[in-house]
Design a protein around this ligand. Sequence first.
Ligand code: ADP
Length: 185
Amino acid sequence: MTASPDRIELISNDITQLRVDAIVNAANRSLLGGGGVDGAIHRAAGPELLAECRTLNGCETGQAKITRGYRLPAHYVVHAVGPIWQGGDRNEPELLAACYRNCLNLAVANNIRTIAFPAISCGVYGYPLDEAARIAVREVRSFLANEDRIETVYLVCFGEAVHDAYRQALQEEAREERRADGTSR
Ligand code: ADP
């Protein structure tokens, strides 16, 4: 099975406004809130979200934990802790890839069919956008290729630069796939 490209959608929107089964939060290891998308999600979800997060005892980098969405239109929040960019030789690519996989595994385990990701680690955590977009697209596509219980993955582009990076990564990935198909025949 190959992942049909239309199961991945780029959208330019505030993630807190999305009516999907789950949104992903780019959280920090405390899971007790922060700036950027984390702050926006906690503000929109209300104090009940922080109360539930307090029961989770934090989260390791590369891992993810799930809560309810409270006042958000989304039913769930999947809190993922991306790596802080430290130059690229501190396991950052593997940790970022693990974030996407762990979120998608949690989604399947909770019967989530539609899920929206922000560009994890691409804000305060400083991950180079093009590289992060390539990792996100590669992980989501390969997950969808083996898992049809997820209907749509939204990659949320907060700003033009993020949108461009994802569009480029999707094009590259499609080219790679065509090349692989060509050589396997
Ligand atoms: P990190 O600490 O993982 O880098 P940030 O929240 O600083 O997390 O940034 C992650 C990404 O989320 C960035 O691309 C940022 O532009 C984006 N972002 C910030 N606010 C929102 C929002 N309300 N909706 C969607 N994406 C957002």
